[in-house]
Design a protein around this ligand. Structure first.
Ligand SMILES: C[S@@+](CC[C@H](N)C(=O)[O-])C[C@H]1O[C@@H](n2cnc3c(N)ncnc32)[C@H](O)[C@@H]1O
Length: 277
């Protein structure tokens, strides 16, 4: 059992009782479907203490009262508590499969990247699409969404540390990135033509309605389901699969296994699924 430190922890600026942590857990689950384990208590304290300080409040209780009443602070609360780890061509077998699928199905028109974080994933998709068509002008619409408005802003800007493209082959680096000079030394920017291939939008996967129109050819929904509980995962999967064309593909994250959902999907590769309808 994890011990939740109490207000008696003298190293802490704000009192953080077990009840405060449970309120945070409940609110994040209700608003974003995210299940925070007890092990995240220290992370929650440090990330939300920043918000309490910024708002010049004095307690978690007051802060959670503000989150409850204010849409903008709810957005900050969610932004503070999401985990946004991602990288270019993460889990590279999905991009090989994407290139193969585009060869076999040149009629592909819509790809949805459903938890796109800071943009490395949808830009990796866009690079593969641009290569498949030999052009930045393609018939493929790439929609990228995330619940976190802060990561979406970063994604739209398309500016990354130079180190983040170190593993990308030089040919791709040259074609798809500008290297910063002077004050921008050490940074890269995705070329405008690639940026314009991706349409970013804020979308909460646990909302009853999604502003994405089917039918879709491919859904990348990777490394987000792990934060949801089982019923939420199944609900999101069912709704997504219902939007896919019969030959469509659903790409899952490395620890997201839907092999048992035989009524919805069948595996056609490593964490790659096809709808059964
Ligand atoms: C670990 S990142 C995964 C990024 C990328 N898909 C990848 O695999 O590299 C998880 C992302 O899911 C987003 N997320 C969490 N809950 C969400 C929800 N309810 N709706 C939409 N996005 C959510 C987070 O903001 C975060 O950017």
């Amino acid at each position: 059992m994890t011990t939740v430190l109490s207000s008696r922890d003298s190293t802490r600026e704000f009192a953080f009782e077990k009840a405060d942590f449970h309120k945070v857990q409940n609110m994040l689950f209700k608003k974003a479907g995210i299940k925070l384990s007890d092990a995240k208590e220290a992370m929650v304290y440090s990330r939300l203490a920043r918000r309490i300080r910024a708002l010049q409040l004095t307690s978690f209780n007051d802060y959670l009262g503000v989150v409850d009443k204010s849409e903008p602070e709810l957005e900050q609360f969610i932004n503070a508590l999401t985990t946004n780890l991602t990288s270019f061509f993460r889990e590279p077998h999905h991009f090989t499969a994407l290139a193969e699928h585009l060869k076999q199905h040149p009629e592909v028109t819509t790809i949805w990247c459903a938890a796109s974080s800071t943009g490395e994933e949808p830009y990796s998709i866009a690079m593969v699409v641009a290569e498949a068509f030999g052009s930045f002008k393609t018939p493929v619409k790439i929609i990228a969404s995330d619940i976190d408005s802060k990561v979406l802003q970063k994604a739209k800007a398309g500016i990354y540390p130079l180190a983040s493209i170190a593993k990308i082959p030089v040919q791709r680096q040259k074609q798809f990135f500008h290297k910063g000079k002077g004050a921008n030394e050490g940074k890269v920017k995705v070329v405008d033509e690639l940026r314009h291939m991706v349409q970013f939008k804020k979308l909460n996967l646990t909302d009853a309605k999604w502003d994405v129109k089917g039918p879709l050819d491919i859904i990348f929904c990777r490394n987000v389901m792990i934060y949801f509980d089982k019923p939420t995962q199944l609900n999101v999967l069912q709704r997504m699969v219902g939007m896919l064309k019969p030959a469509g593909l659903y790409m899952a994250g490395h620890s997201e296994n839907f092999n048992m959902c035989t009524n919805l999907v069948r595996p056609v590769g490593k964490t790659i699924y096809r709808p059964v309808h």
